[in-house]
Unconditional design. Structure first.
Lengths: 312, 312
DNA sequence: GTACAGTCCAGCAACTGTTTCTACGCTGTA
DNA sequence: TACAGCGTAGAAACAGTTGCTGGACTGTAC
């Protein structure tokens, strides 16, 4: 009978792409990983890894084995979820990963609600941007993640992950109330020469915001490159740089900023995601409910006015 | 993460109906079983066993867990089978259980063929009557079993077990060549006063043979109650007791016995059965092929004459 | 009463899985 | 071409835990 922990290890090597990566996420030494996999090779009587360059690659047999492992792990999670559901109260521990603006806004509210409704449930919150959160979810590092998708950058739905929409969060342009860029622009193109603060281009936020500017006919001058939404809000408030800001930030963080609706009323789509096996786990259900409740009670800021579609 | 060995243990307790039974089949002490299950209860945070009488019963939660476990174990077996299938040669070990007449006849031929074609495969043959073989199959004690079904006593097909028909084996009446019962009877009813040798009534063979006699209008006088087919053949040969004998016994064991066909040409159905997960395991495939080949090359004895249906 | 089923306790043996250290091969750079 | 850096492999030793046995105990059924 195959050893399940070793199968998990192989699974993780497959995900991470190298023994070293797997060792890192599982807090092992690379040597330990190597040896465990050697044992697995002996157990199965099959070569599972083959050297390629200075790394390794999974053999076809190993890849099929990983596919089976995924099914087995999912099945185990379903079993665990069912056991937990049979309990009278929601208890245990759950680890949630969310990106910055979610950690700033909905997460505290949701966590309060969870602490109130399920005192026996320990919720750990970890800030992680979408891609990292997703990888961590697959690696069983997190149990639930909050992810976001920007218009035109929708993630493909992947097998084994259950995704539920949490919120459609309008995206606004943020201008200072006073100073050079506080005047009402006719279209986005009027802001072609303004200084901007945007997320790094590699992130989906950054890519989207640059695309918006390019659509309007200009390449933004990125004065401050940061993915801290509070910093962006502050720069917009003080007039140092214009920003795209999500409505979710709420009245507190958006105070003193002129909110301008964008053409086409774009929004980012927030969703909660779990591994399919845990969908019915009571802790997951409770978390999702808490987050849904939190966004429902969030007071969303309306824009002061909305830009007409500019010339492209 | 739940421990798979413990889940298997629970599964086995479910099958065996008691800790002691599970301990026996797994070669543990009852104490070990008890402790492992206590640990599993702690892992899951759920009561899995409840005392009933002087035994235990699985709680509903435990039963659901067992259902999941079965799926997981099956999935694991599929994975193992696939790995084995990727090997260039069939190797490893496989344990086959068969009832007496199969062990006597087809099994040696099949084993020879396997030894010839797959020298690296170690095949263990264990004699076990159908019910025991079936239980052993479910308990992972055997990998493949030969089972038989008698007319009117068909087993229900069960989930998780893959069954393939091996042979329709005609059932004959065996009479001595000389002596009091050697004359050609007009119908079975003529043998109402004869001494018989039958299998025990609890077995499906014994039940079927008694049913045949009762159908013919008499309760057989069972002089010798045995499930050794060779003994039955010998008793028929010497005229000490009449017997129902399967054609599969073949010319060697049926020599010196008058073979009489029964009304309706009844046959028993032999089949090979494996747990579904192993269906595609190369060792299983090879075994099945060897058994099929063996029965195909078996010379089957035709009856000397056939009885007309008697008065009921 | 006896036999049986399960539980608890304590002790122990074996093994699993880790660390450390060393070595090797490949890659990309100087 | 030489070399540093990274990633993997292997040996040996070690620590911890797991999981077993044996025996004593409780309760139930016959």
């Amino acid at each position: 009978m195959l050893s399940l922990p070793r199968l998990r290890l192989l699974h993780e090597v497959h995900r991470g792409g190298s023994l070293a990566a797997a060792a890192r996420t599982l807090n092992f030494t690379p040597s330990a990983v190597s040896q465990q996999l050697k044992l697995l090779e002996r157990e199965t009587g099959t070569a599972l890894l083959e050297p390629v360059g200075r790394g390794v690659r999974l053999t076809p047999a190993a890849q099929r084995l990983v596919a089976h492992t995924e099914r087995i792990l999912a099945q185990l999670e379903v079993a665990e979820a069912e056991l937990a559901a049979a309990q009278p109260v929601v208890r245990g521990e759950i680890t949630v990963a969310a990106f910055q603006s979610a950690v700033l806004t909905v997460a505290p509210v949701a966590l309060d609600a969870l602490a109130r409704d399920h005192p026996e449930l320990r919720v750990n919150l970890i800030q992680r941007e979408v891609e990292g959160a997703y990888q961590g979810l697959l690696a069983h590092e997190f149990d639930l993640i909050i992810s976001e998708e920007y218009p035109g950058r929708e993630e493909p739905r992947r097998d084994g992950v259950d995704s539920v929409e949490l919120l459609r969060d309008p995206l606004y342009l943020g201008l200072p109330l006073t100073g050079p860029w506080s005047e009402r622009p006719a279209s986005l193109a009027d802001l072609a020469d303004a200084p901007w603060t945007l997320d790094p281009e590699l992130t989906s936020t950054g890519a989207w915001s640059r695309a918006v500017c390019r659509q309007a006919g200009f390449e933004p001058w990125v004065r401050v490159d940061t993915f801290n939404p509070l910093l962006q809000a502050d720069l917009a408030r003080t007039g140092h740089a214009l920003a795209f800001l999500p409505a979710l930030l709420g009245p507190r963080h958006l105070a003193g900023i002129r909110r301008v609706g964008l053409p086409g009323s774009p929004f980012r789509r927030l969703s909660t995601q779990v591994r399919s096996g845990r969908t019915r786990h009571p802790a997951v259900v409770a978390c999702r409910a808490a987050f849904a409740e939190a966004v429902a009670h969030m007071s969303v800021e309306e824009p002061e006015w909305t830009l007409a579609p500019g010339t492209t």
